[in-house]
Design a protein around this ligand. Sequence first.
Ligand code: NAD
Length: 468
Amino acid sequence: MTAANLTLPGTSYGDAGATELFNPTTGASFTQIGAASAAEVDAAIERAQAAYLAWRDVAPGTKAALLRAFAAQVTEHRDELAALEVLNSGHVLGNALWEADNVANVLNYYAGAPERHAGQQIPVPGGVDITFHEPLGVVGVIVPWNFPMPIAGWGFAPALAAGNAVVLKPAEVTPLTALRLAELALEAGLPEHLLQVVTGRGSVVGQRFVDHPLVRKVCFTGSTEVGQGIMRGCADQIKRLTLELGGKSANIIFDDVDIEAAAAAAPGAVFENSGQDCCARSRILVQQNVYEKFLAALEPAVTKLVVGDPAGAGTDLGPLITARHRDSVTQYIAGADIAYSGSAPGGDGYFVAPSVAMPRGVDDPIWRDEVFGPVVAVMPFADEAEAIRLANDTEFGLSGSIYTRDIGRALRVARGVESGNLSINSHSSVRYWTPFGGFKQSGLGRELGPDALNSFSEVKNVFISTEN
Ligand code: NAD
């Protein structure tokens, strides 16, 4: 399916104007999407509350069947969803297909929950004590532009499975797949208004999720700065909150591994999605005695990457999301000491060539800031203690990798690095059946995995007397 034969999903919102969408591959404007006003958001939240009250009481088996039907719809429309993401976000086609499949997988995984999310029976004198997992009500999910489909699914699938209704705000520039997913939910038979996508500005739509008392939880993924404001806002109502924020993760390479193989794998850990990945291992730490060897082996792995049309077979990296973001990334690269770069097409698309930087020290912005583009900084370290110290010298703590054949060292370093998601001798990405989230300013709470349901519900304790 190509952009030419796609039917674009629309929105009924628009009291606060519209957002123009640009194809990042060509720089051309291709449609406009309406922006909701605060009053329109409030109406959507009220509709969601009514849908929640009915959904809460739907039989667990029926909920499960509907979530599986939704997953099946997503799978049936994976080509269309992927084509929308290529057009709207510039994602490489293979990645976009994986992202659509991830939504279906997460729905299927949490479709197992309504029949299994059981409480406890706790021994007490004089009666019986039981616990229930009660849904929260309306959950507001706020999604960034870098992974519009998976991050939407990580919020709405467990929220719906736990018995809540969802209002979801996609990023201004990437609303199309979320809008289509909401249509597919309806086509699958999910009740009307149970999953609503409200398009518009963060400061209007997202802010109403924070301020409106009927929204009982905000599930936010985005920048640390916006997350801090949301956390402050949620404090007013002690509103439940999950934050998935920025990252500046380390890939630590010890001298006892196959250095060529570690260098060949490193670009995949940082340049995926053109580096617009919160889990990007954008700092590489290499043991001093193999540092030069690693840098030499990394060069061909970087320069061979194909940057270009995301719909094309054989493309490794697509464009960045907007002209503004491209300019921010190219400024970082211009201000850094670059060892070598790959190539990228010219023209009006938002392409940036992948680059390897030599940081001038730990305060160099290329080493410290989340650049969110195809640039990686490489620094040597002397020993295990220094590797851990450098890896932890950041306000973030989301992801990371450790390459060593020494199992004791691998586990010591994994325990020492302050980060929520680590891979040993691998750059594994997020698995939907394992927990995901950040330490320090990378976030609060965990998504995915078996425990995510608990953050979309409250435990209620009930004591029944057997003596009256
Ligand atoms: P952003 O913070 O600018 O925007 C994220 C979302 O918040 C958007 O939908 C935006 O409209 C909305 N928003 C903006 N202002 C708001 C406000 N005042 N109130 C409520 N909502 C508001 O982030 P972005 O630029 O879209 O995404 C990139 C960032 O997301 C990076 O920092 C990246 O690391 C992070 N991210 C984190 C994870 C993770 O799981 N930890 C995953 C993906 C992206």
